[in-house]
Design a protein around this ligand. Structure first.
Ligand SMILES: Nc1nc2c(ncn2[C@@H]2O[C@H](COP(=O)(O)OP(=O)(O)OP(=O)(O)O)[C@@H](O)[C@H]2O)c(=O)[nH]1
Ligand SMILES: [Mg+2]
Length: 305
Protein backbone atom coordinates (compact mmCIF):
# COMPACT_ATOMS: atom_id res chain seq x y z
CA UNK A 1 0.00 0.00 0.00
CA UNK A 2 1.09 3.53 -0.72
CA UNK A 3 2.06 5.66 2.29
CA UNK A 4 -0.87 8.08 2.60
CA UNK A 5 1.26 10.70 4.37
CA UNK A 6 3.95 10.82 1.69
CA UNK A 7 3.49 13.55 -0.91
CA UNK A 8 2.19 12.05 -4.10
CA UNK A 9 4.28 12.41 -7.22
CA UNK A 10 2.46 14.44 -9.88
CA UNK A 11 0.94 12.64 -12.85
CA UNK A 12 3.65 12.14 -15.44
CA UNK A 13 1.44 13.27 -18.32
CA UNK A 14 4.01 13.04 -21.02
CA UNK A 15 5.17 9.52 -20.17
CA UNK A 16 1.64 8.27 -19.61
CA UNK A 17 0.38 9.86 -22.83
CA UNK A 18 3.19 8.25 -24.77
CA UNK A 19 2.63 4.85 -23.19
CA UNK A 20 -1.10 5.03 -23.90
CA UNK A 21 -0.63 5.94 -27.57
CA UNK A 22 1.88 3.17 -27.85
CA UNK A 23 -0.34 0.53 -26.31
CA UNK A 24 -3.42 1.70 -28.24
CA UNK A 25 -1.65 0.96 -31.50
CA UNK A 26 0.41 -1.98 -30.32
CA UNK A 27 0.34 -5.44 -31.75
CA UNK A 28 -0.17 -8.11 -29.09
CA UNK A 29 3.56 -8.86 -28.79
CA UNK A 30 4.34 -5.24 -27.99
CA UNK A 31 1.41 -4.85 -25.59
CA UNK A 32 2.63 -7.90 -23.69
CA UNK A 33 6.15 -6.52 -23.56
CA UNK A 34 4.76 -3.33 -21.98
CA UNK A 35 2.63 -5.26 -19.48
CA UNK A 36 5.18 -7.99 -18.70
CA UNK A 37 6.04 -7.85 -15.02
CA UNK A 38 3.64 -4.96 -14.43
CA UNK A 39 2.72 -5.45 -10.80
CA UNK A 40 -0.55 -3.55 -11.06
CA UNK A 41 -1.78 -0.83 -8.78
CA UNK A 42 -0.21 -0.12 -5.41
CA UNK A 43 -3.54 1.20 -4.21
CA UNK A 44 -7.06 0.01 -4.78
CA UNK A 45 -8.38 1.50 -7.99
CA UNK A 46 -12.02 2.01 -8.85
CA UNK A 47 -12.63 1.21 -12.51
CA UNK A 48 -15.77 2.66 -13.97
CA UNK A 49 -17.10 2.18 -17.50
CA UNK A 50 -19.43 4.71 -19.12
CA UNK A 51 -21.15 3.26 -22.13
CA UNK A 52 -24.22 3.75 -24.29
CA UNK A 53 -25.29 4.59 -27.82
CA UNK A 54 -23.60 7.38 -29.80
CA UNK A 55 -24.55 10.93 -28.90
CA UNK A 56 -26.46 10.29 -25.67
CA UNK A 57 -24.11 12.63 -23.79
CA UNK A 58 -21.52 10.27 -22.30
CA UNK A 59 -18.59 12.67 -22.70
CA UNK A 60 -20.60 15.63 -21.41
CA UNK A 61 -21.64 13.56 -18.42
CA UNK A 62 -18.06 12.45 -17.74
CA UNK A 63 -17.00 16.10 -17.94
CA UNK A 64 -19.33 16.86 -15.05
CA UNK A 65 -18.81 13.63 -13.17
CA UNK A 66 -15.03 14.01 -12.86
CA UNK A 67 -15.63 17.11 -10.72
CA UNK A 68 -17.58 15.02 -8.24
CA UNK A 69 -14.76 12.47 -8.16
CA UNK A 70 -12.08 15.17 -7.76
CA UNK A 71 -14.10 16.61 -4.88
CA UNK A 72 -13.54 13.27 -3.06
CA UNK A 73 -9.82 14.08 -3.32
CA UNK A 74 -9.31 11.27 -5.76
CA UNK A 75 -6.87 11.23 -8.65
CA UNK A 76 -8.88 10.61 -11.81
CA UNK A 77 -7.78 9.14 -15.14
CA UNK A 78 -10.23 9.19 -18.06
CA UNK A 79 -9.90 7.48 -21.41
CA UNK A 80 -12.47 7.81 -24.15
CA UNK A 81 -12.23 4.91 -26.52
CA UNK A 82 -13.09 6.42 -29.84
CA UNK A 83 -13.50 4.01 -32.69
CA UNK A 84 -13.72 6.59 -35.45
CA UNK A 85 -12.18 9.96 -34.78
CA UNK A 86 -8.45 10.54 -34.99
CA UNK A 87 -6.30 11.62 -32.07
CA UNK A 88 -6.54 15.33 -32.79
CA UNK A 89 -10.28 15.29 -32.24
CA UNK A 90 -9.80 13.65 -28.86
CA UNK A 91 -8.90 17.08 -27.53
CA UNK A 92 -12.58 18.04 -27.65
CA UNK A 93 -13.30 15.93 -24.60
CA UNK A 94 -10.22 17.18 -22.79
CA UNK A 95 -11.11 20.81 -23.39
CA UNK A 96 -14.67 20.39 -22.23
CA UNK A 97 -13.55 18.75 -19.03
CA UNK A 98 -10.96 21.41 -18.35
CA UNK A 99 -13.61 24.11 -18.70
CA UNK A 100 -15.83 22.39 -16.15
CA UNK A 101 -13.14 21.45 -13.64
CA UNK A 102 -12.67 23.34 -10.39
CA UNK A 103 -9.09 24.21 -11.12
CA UNK A 104 -8.16 20.81 -9.75
CA UNK A 105 -6.55 19.70 -12.97
CA UNK A 106 -3.37 18.49 -11.32
CA UNK A 107 -5.27 15.39 -10.27
CA UNK A 108 -7.03 14.83 -13.60
CA UNK A 109 -5.76 13.12 -16.71
CA UNK A 110 -7.93 12.82 -19.83
CA UNK A 111 -7.12 11.12 -23.07
CA UNK A 112 -9.06 10.06 -26.13
CA UNK A 113 -7.72 7.03 -27.91
CA UNK A 114 -8.23 5.46 -31.30
CA UNK A 115 -6.51 2.45 -32.73
CA UNK A 116 -5.56 1.39 -36.21
CA UNK A 117 -5.01 -2.23 -35.34
CA UNK A 118 -7.95 -3.19 -33.17
CA UNK A 119 -10.81 -4.84 -34.98
CA UNK A 120 -13.71 -3.33 -33.10
CA UNK A 121 -12.45 0.17 -32.62
CA UNK A 122 -10.34 -0.14 -29.54
CA UNK A 123 -12.79 -2.48 -27.87
CA UNK A 124 -10.44 -5.42 -27.90
CA UNK A 125 -7.63 -3.27 -26.55
CA UNK A 126 -9.45 -1.77 -23.56
CA UNK A 127 -7.99 -4.31 -21.15
CA UNK A 128 -4.46 -3.19 -22.00
CA UNK A 129 -5.34 0.48 -21.71
CA UNK A 130 -6.99 -0.03 -18.32
CA UNK A 131 -4.11 -2.12 -17.00
CA UNK A 132 -1.68 0.59 -18.02
CA UNK A 133 -3.71 3.37 -16.41
CA UNK A 134 -4.13 1.31 -13.28
CA UNK A 135 -0.38 1.01 -12.91
CA UNK A 136 -0.06 4.82 -12.98
CA UNK A 137 -1.29 5.69 -9.51
CA UNK A 138 -4.89 6.76 -10.12
CA UNK A 139 -7.71 6.29 -7.64
CA UNK A 140 -10.43 6.33 -10.28
CA UNK A 141 -10.05 5.06 -13.81
CA UNK A 142 -12.98 5.98 -16.06
CA UNK A 143 -13.42 4.58 -19.55
CA UNK A 144 -15.97 5.85 -22.05
CA UNK A 145 -16.95 3.45 -24.81
CA UNK A 146 -19.58 3.83 -27.50
CA UNK A 147 -22.17 1.27 -28.26
CA UNK A 148 -24.50 -1.36 -27.03
CA UNK A 149 -24.09 -5.06 -27.47
CA UNK A 150 -20.76 -6.77 -27.96
CA UNK A 151 -18.39 -3.98 -26.92
CA UNK A 152 -20.48 -3.46 -23.81
CA UNK A 153 -20.02 -7.05 -22.76
CA UNK A 154 -16.29 -6.76 -23.31
CA UNK A 155 -15.97 -3.77 -21.03
CA UNK A 156 -18.35 -5.32 -18.47
CA UNK A 157 -15.77 -7.75 -17.11
CA UNK A 158 -13.02 -5.16 -17.04
CA UNK A 159 -14.65 -2.56 -14.80
CA UNK A 160 -16.02 -2.51 -11.24
CA UNK A 161 -19.00 -0.33 -12.07
CA UNK A 162 -20.66 -0.02 -15.47
CA UNK A 163 -22.79 3.06 -16.12
CA UNK A 164 -25.13 2.74 -19.10
CA UNK A 165 -26.25 6.10 -20.48
CA UNK A 166 -29.46 6.47 -22.46
CA UNK A 167 -31.58 9.42 -23.53
CA UNK A 168 -35.27 10.04 -24.09
CA UNK A 169 -36.87 10.05 -27.48
CA UNK A 170 -35.31 6.81 -28.61
CA UNK A 171 -37.79 3.97 -28.35
CA UNK A 172 -35.25 1.50 -29.63
CA UNK A 173 -33.28 1.95 -26.41
CA UNK A 174 -36.16 0.74 -24.29
CA UNK A 175 -36.56 -2.14 -26.72
CA UNK A 176 -32.87 -2.90 -26.28
CA UNK A 177 -33.25 -3.06 -22.52
CA UNK A 178 -36.27 -5.28 -22.88
CA UNK A 179 -34.35 -7.56 -25.19
CA UNK A 180 -31.73 -7.93 -22.48
CA UNK A 181 -29.01 -6.25 -24.50
CA UNK A 182 -28.53 -3.55 -21.91
CA UNK A 183 -28.90 -5.70 -18.83
CA UNK A 184 -25.22 -5.37 -18.13
CA UNK A 185 -25.43 -2.00 -16.37
CA UNK A 186 -24.86 -1.44 -12.64
CA UNK A 187 -26.24 2.06 -12.92
CA UNK A 188 -28.45 3.55 -15.63
CA UNK A 189 -28.47 7.23 -16.47
CA UNK A 190 -31.24 8.82 -18.47
CA UNK A 191 -29.44 11.89 -19.73
CA UNK A 192 -30.94 14.98 -21.40
CA UNK A 193 -33.52 15.40 -18.64
CA UNK A 194 -34.36 18.75 -20.22
CA UNK A 195 -35.92 16.88 -23.12
CA UNK A 196 -39.50 15.63 -23.20
CA UNK A 197 -40.16 12.10 -22.03
CA UNK A 198 -37.11 11.79 -19.74
CA UNK A 199 -39.03 11.13 -16.51
CA UNK A 200 -41.25 8.61 -18.26
CA UNK A 201 -38.18 6.86 -19.58
CA UNK A 202 -36.71 6.56 -16.08
CA UNK A 203 -39.88 4.79 -14.94
CA UNK A 204 -39.97 2.61 -18.03
CA UNK A 205 -36.32 1.51 -17.74
CA UNK A 206 -36.71 0.88 -14.00
CA UNK A 207 -39.73 -1.32 -14.71
CA UNK A 208 -37.92 -3.55 -17.19
CA UNK A 209 -34.66 -3.99 -15.26
CA UNK A 210 -34.00 -7.38 -13.82
CA UNK A 211 -35.16 -7.52 -10.25
CA UNK A 212 -32.86 -8.89 -7.58
CA UNK A 213 -33.43 -12.48 -6.52
CA UNK A 214 -32.49 -11.69 -2.94
CA UNK A 215 -31.90 -8.68 -0.73
CA UNK A 216 -28.16 -9.28 -1.18
CA UNK A 217 -28.33 -8.55 -4.91
CA UNK A 218 -27.68 -5.14 -6.40
CA UNK A 219 -30.67 -3.36 -7.89
CA UNK A 220 -29.39 -0.99 -10.59
CA UNK A 221 -30.62 2.53 -9.87
CA UNK A 222 -31.88 4.70 -12.73
CA UNK A 223 -30.61 8.27 -12.43
CA UNK A 224 -32.19 11.19 -14.24
CA UNK A 225 -29.51 13.65 -15.35
CA UNK A 226 -28.76 16.60 -17.53
CA UNK A 227 -25.11 16.86 -18.41
CA UNK A 228 -25.87 20.22 -19.96
CA UNK A 229 -27.31 21.73 -16.76
CA UNK A 230 -25.35 19.60 -14.30
CA UNK A 231 -28.46 18.03 -12.78
CA UNK A 232 -28.26 14.52 -11.41
CA UNK A 233 -24.48 14.43 -11.12
CA UNK A 234 -24.54 14.28 -7.30
CA UNK A 235 -27.08 11.43 -7.51
CA UNK A 236 -24.90 9.61 -10.01
CA UNK A 237 -21.88 10.00 -7.72
CA UNK A 238 -23.90 8.73 -4.75
CA UNK A 239 -25.05 5.74 -6.81
CA UNK A 240 -21.43 4.96 -7.68
CA UNK A 241 -20.36 5.17 -4.04
CA UNK A 242 -23.26 2.89 -3.08
CA UNK A 243 -22.21 0.40 -5.73
CA UNK A 244 -18.60 0.46 -4.56
CA UNK A 245 -19.74 -0.17 -0.99
CA UNK A 246 -22.00 -3.00 -2.17
CA UNK A 247 -19.13 -4.62 -4.07
CA UNK A 248 -16.80 -4.31 -1.08
CA UNK A 249 -19.25 -6.14 1.16
CA UNK A 250 -20.60 -8.70 -1.34
CA UNK A 251 -17.82 -9.66 -3.73
CA UNK A 252 -14.62 -11.53 -3.05
CA UNK A 253 -11.63 -9.50 -4.25
CA UNK A 254 -9.61 -12.53 -5.36
CA UNK A 255 -12.49 -13.87 -7.45
CA UNK A 256 -13.01 -10.47 -9.04
CA UNK A 257 -9.32 -10.26 -9.87
CA UNK A 258 -9.37 -13.69 -11.50
CA UNK A 259 -12.44 -12.86 -13.58
CA UNK A 260 -10.76 -9.69 -14.78
CA UNK A 261 -7.51 -11.39 -15.62
CA UNK A 262 -9.34 -14.09 -17.54
CA UNK A 263 -11.15 -11.43 -19.58
CA UNK A 264 -7.86 -9.68 -20.25
CA UNK A 265 -6.10 -12.83 -21.42
CA UNK A 266 -9.07 -13.78 -23.59
CA UNK A 267 -8.98 -10.36 -25.25
CA UNK A 268 -5.26 -10.75 -25.94
CA UNK A 269 -5.67 -14.23 -27.41
CA UNK A 270 -8.60 -13.04 -29.57
CA UNK A 271 -6.47 -10.21 -30.91
CA UNK A 272 -3.54 -12.50 -31.48
CA UNK A 273 -5.80 -14.91 -33.37
CA UNK A 274 -6.96 -12.07 -35.60
CA UNK A 275 -3.34 -11.06 -36.23
CA UNK A 276 -2.45 -14.58 -37.31
CA UNK A 277 -5.50 -15.28 -39.45
CA UNK A 278 -5.63 -11.81 -41.05
CA UNK A 279 -1.94 -11.98 -41.88
CA UNK A 280 -1.98 -15.57 -43.12
CA UNK A 281 -0.83 -16.54 -46.57
CA UNK A 282 -3.60 -17.56 -48.99
CA UNK A 283 -2.04 -21.00 -49.20
CA UNK A 284 -3.02 -21.66 -45.59
CA UNK A 285 -6.65 -21.80 -46.61
CA UNK A 286 -6.04 -24.22 -49.48
CA UNK A 287 -5.56 -27.15 -47.12
CA UNK A 288 -8.28 -29.05 -45.21
CA UNK A 289 -9.84 -27.43 -42.16
CA UNK A 290 -8.09 -29.63 -39.59
CA UNK A 291 -4.66 -28.87 -41.05
CA UNK A 292 -5.41 -25.15 -41.24
CA UNK A 293 -6.63 -25.20 -37.63
CA UNK A 294 -3.43 -26.77 -36.34
CA UNK A 295 -1.31 -24.41 -38.41
CA UNK A 296 -3.16 -21.38 -37.00
CA UNK A 297 -2.93 -22.57 -33.39
CA UNK A 298 0.77 -23.36 -33.82
CA UNK A 299 1.27 -19.85 -35.18
CA UNK A 300 -0.25 -18.15 -32.14
CA UNK A 301 2.75 -18.38 -29.88
CA UNK A 302 6.10 -16.68 -30.31
CA UNK A 303 9.17 -16.32 -28.11
CA UNK A 304 8.60 -14.23 -25.01
CA UNK A 305 10.59 -11.01 -25.10
N1 LIG B 1 -30.30 18.85 -24.47
C1 LIG B 1 -29.23 18.24 -23.95
N2 LIG B 1 -28.19 17.97 -24.74
C2 LIG B 1 -27.13 17.34 -24.20
C3 LIG B 1 -27.09 16.97 -22.83
N3 LIG B 1 -25.92 16.33 -22.59
C4 LIG B 1 -25.24 16.34 -23.76
N4 LIG B 1 -25.97 16.94 -24.72
C5 LIG B 1 -25.55 17.17 -26.13
O1 LIG B 1 -25.58 15.95 -26.83
C6 LIG B 1 -24.55 15.95 -27.83
C7 LIG B 1 -23.67 14.73 -27.66
O2 LIG B 1 -22.97 14.87 -26.44
P1 LIG B 1 -21.67 14.02 -26.14
O3 LIG B 1 -21.32 14.26 -24.72
O4 LIG B 1 -20.63 14.25 -27.15
O5 LIG B 1 -22.26 12.55 -26.32
P2 LIG B 1 -21.48 11.17 -26.39
O6 LIG B 1 -22.42 10.13 -25.92
O7 LIG B 1 -20.18 11.26 -25.69
O8 LIG B 1 -21.23 11.03 -27.94
P3 LIG B 1 -20.26 9.96 -28.68
O9 LIG B 1 -18.97 9.90 -27.91
O10 LIG B 1 -20.09 10.51 -30.04
O11 LIG B 1 -21.00 8.66 -28.67
C8 LIG B 1 -23.80 17.26 -27.68
O12 LIG B 1 -24.29 18.17 -28.61
C9 LIG B 1 -24.14 17.67 -26.25
O13 LIG B 1 -24.08 19.08 -26.07
C10 LIG B 1 -28.23 17.26 -22.02
O14 LIG B 1 -28.30 16.98 -20.82
N5 LIG B 1 -29.27 17.89 -22.64
MG1 LIG C 1 -18.19 10.83 -26.35
Amino acid sequence: MTDATAPRAPINRRALGRALSRIADAMVAEALAVLDGEAGAAREVWRCGITGPAGVGKSSLVGRFVNARLAHKRRVGVVAIDPSSPYSQGAILGDRIRIDAHGDDAELFVRSLASRHARDGLADNIANVLALLEAHDFDDVLVETVGAGQSQYEVRELVDTLIVVLMPGAGDMVQAVKAGILETGDIYVINKADRPGAKEMVAEIASVLRHPQSSDDWLPPVVLASALGGDGIAELDAACEAHRAWRASHLDAATARRTRRRAHVRALVARRLAEVTDGADDALWDVDVASAYHAVVAGLDYPRR
